[in-house]
Design a protein around this ligand. Structure first.
Ligand code: PLP
Length: 398
């Protein structure tokens, strides 16, 4: 009998994509569907990005490129890091990949042997678990429920790191949108200094999508000695409205960046030339679209939070970044909608989609089955209509 590798029995298709597919299918059948499901920024990059692509097409080298990334792209990313308060790195500290997801997958391969332990908070971005499963790592989950604002405390981190090889941190968070303040980052950094054998991956791809003047803060700024084992992950997907262009980055110790380059040399080889041109233009060109979208997302966040707070029983910490809200909707469990029983988050999302045409992702995809994720980047009118239906749905529960 022909068998697939054992790791494929651990690999699962993305739960988020499954919801998005169902919403697409219902839409194709003519249903009026409002999708709060997939985490897309819902805007396009500026004209300067397309102009750079057109220009690159006239200069195609017709060749392979650098396994690390072109010098122009590495330099543009280094400048982007510097603007975020992370100066002092060189080209040898950085490497690129086909999106942050690919970079994270590569990092798992670089840092984790089978049986090694990776720790991250719950709720987590769904792919963390899937990537850990594929590389056969053990996972240590650090529960951060709504009652603690979905945030990790220093004491919790301190108590969880024994035997851990990699601590994976995500700020701002997908799915909760929570952002750590300067003081909170400093307190966690103090704990990390006490655990010198732990690699630290900071998946900070939403670092330009932060509201309320909280600002973006990171462990390296707080405790510079952590630079030797912190790996920053970034991406163009959310910041520049370029999820399909597939450009991700890492920055960290030279040995880690070099290992990513070695992996790249054995699978992707290089980012395509036109994509590189687009990426350089996005990073180096005007940043006004990103700033404008961040302000829009903050206003939409307010709209969603106002709705969540108006529904009795729903608990919803107020996020300060990204474009997600993660309400605890467990007050609905045990109730019914038009005769359909809701026992858990998966039932809730399925019945909501069928009854009201609103697609959300069940919290269990992120390890928290009491909640669901709303991705709120759709046009304002659609958002208002979707929130109205969400409120109606709750009012109709019996
Ligand atoms: C927290 C987080 N990390 C990484 C990624 C992957 O981003 P990319 O599109 O660059 O692969 C996502 C995408 O949703 C994300 O939310």
């Amino acid at each position: 009998m022909l068998l697939l590798a054992a790791r494929m029995s651990r690999a699962k298709p993305s739960a988020i994509m499954a919801v998005a597919d169902k919403a697409r299918k219902l839409k194709a059948e003519g249903r009026d569907i409002i999708s709060f499901s997939i985490g897309v920024p819902n805007f396009l990059p500026g004209e300067h990005v397309y102009a750079a692509v057109r220009d690159a097409l006239t200069k195609d080298s017709g060749s392979y490129g650098s396994n690390r990334g072109s010098d122009a792209l590495l330099d543009a990313f280094l400048k982007h890091l510097e603007d975020a308060g992370l100066g002092g790195y060189t080209r040898k500290n950085v490497a690129t990949g086909i999106g942050a997801k690919h970079v994270l997958y590569n990092l798992a391969g670089v840092l984790l042997d089978p049986g090694d332990t990776i720790a991250f908070t719950v709720p987590y971005w769904a792919s963390y678990m899937d990537i850990a499963d594929i590389v056969d790592a053990k996972v240590r989950l650090l529960p951060c429920p709504a009652s603690q604002n979905y945030k990790l405390t220093p004491a919790q981190l301190d108590g969880a790191l024994a035997g851990v090889k990699v601590f994976l941190f995500n700020n701002p968070s997908n799915p909760t949108g929570m952002v750590y303040s300067k003081d909170e980052i400093a307190a966690l950094a103090d704990v990390l200094v006490k655990h010198p054998d732990v690699w630290i991956i900071c998946d900070d791809i939403y670092n330009r999508m932060i509201f309320d003047g909280v600002g973006y803060h990171n462990f390296v700024q707080a405790r510079p000695e952590l630079r030797a084992r912190v790996i920053q992950v970034d991406s163009l997907s959310k910041t520049y409205g370029m999820p399909g262009w597939r450009v991700g980055f890492m920055c960290g110790p030279e040995s880690v960046a070099q290992a990513i380059v070695t992996l790249n040399s054995n699978h992707i080889t290089n980012l395509p030339e036109v994509v590189t041109a687009a990426a350089v233009a996005a990073l180096s060109g005007p940043q006004d679209i990103t700033k404008q979208k961040c302000a829009e997302f903050q206003a939409k966040r307010d709209q969603v939070i106002a709705t969540m707070r108006s529904i009795p029983g729903v608990v919803c910490p107020c996020p300060q970044g990204a474009f997600y809200v993660f309400p605890d909707i467990s007050c609905a469990f045990g109730k019914s909608h038009a005769g359909r029983k809701i026992n858990n988050d998966i039932d809730f999302c399925a019945v909501l989609l069928e009854a009201k045409g609103v697609a959300c992702v069940p919290g269990s995809a992120f390890g928290d089955p009491k909640a669901l994720r709303i991705s709120y980047t759709c046009p304002t009118a659609q958002l208002a209509e979707g929130l109205k239906r969400f409120r109606e749905f709750f009012a109709e529960l019996a």
